[in-house]
Design a protein around this ligand. Structure first.
Ligand code: CA
Ligand code: CA
Length: 223
């Protein structure tokens, strides 16, 4: 009889442990990482690799966790390229940063959003999310799922012409037992060092000016 009671109490104890483990997972954390490396994806596009880590409050990686990644432009920059003082690298002269005109971020031009009066939303959303160039697990069929250590990798791809002229906000989020955790980083789309140092050719992207304007330090026009 005694031993029967003991078994029962062990069962209660183990079911309590399972509940406790679930609440640990609820307090998961997600962190975005990048090595700031810019690869040449095609002649016209760059690729920048990223990773995410999902862990519980004890720092243990959470396996098989689906992660959502999104990128939205937060601002654009007006300006132009010139050679630096040493003549060995392209550099930008940045006139002004202007907020994304799509204030409600729905991709639709609405009354009051076309601040520079050119008939369209600026900036365009120039970034697509794609697979990582070498790491696994990576994005497959639009889905990013962590490995046994809680890690997963992906990249962003964007036209060279947008590099230096658009700032984006990258957000990664995940849901564990109904609770969402997310991490965001905001950064200017970068150009590759190789293209910056190709001073015998044109600047990165092949144009000398920002497509959003290069002569007026005002967000009220596209000059
Ligand atoms: Ca809108
Ligand atoms: Ca506009």
């Amino acid at each position: 009889m005694k031993s029967h009671c003991l078994k029962l109490s062990l069962l209660i104890s183990s079911s309590f442990l399972i509940t406790s483990c679930g609440s640990d997972e609820t307090a998961s954390r997600i962190v975005i990482g990048t090595g700031q490396v810019i690869n040449e994806y095609t002649e016209q596009q760059y690729q920048m690799p990223f990773s995410v880590q999902v862990s519980d409050i004890n720092g243990m990686g959470v396996n098989n966790q689906e992660v959502n990644v999104s990128v939205q432009p937060s601002s654009y920059t007006k300006g132009y390229w010139q050679l630096n003082a040493g003549g060995d690298e392209w550099e930008t002269v940045q006139l002004i940063d202007c907020s994304n005109e799509d204030s409600n971020r729905n991709g639709v031009l609405e009354t009051g959003e076309d601040i520079n009066s050119n008939g369209k939303l600026d900036p365009t959303n120039p970034v697509t999310i794609g697979p990582h160039p070498s790491d696994t697990p990576t994005l497959v069929n639009g889905k990013l799922v962590t490995n046994e250590y809680g890690s997963a990798s992906f990249s962003i791809i964007y036209p060279k012409t947008e590099s230096q002229w658009v700032t984006v906000k990258l957000t990664a989020s995940t849901k564990v037992t109904g609770s969402e955790s997310s991490d965001s980083i905001t950064f200017k789309l970068l150009s590759s060092l190789t293209d910056m140092q190709s001073v015998v050719t044109v600047p990165p992207g092949g144009t000398y000016t920002s497509k959003y304007g290069s002569t007026s330090a005002s967000c009220l026009n596209d000059l």
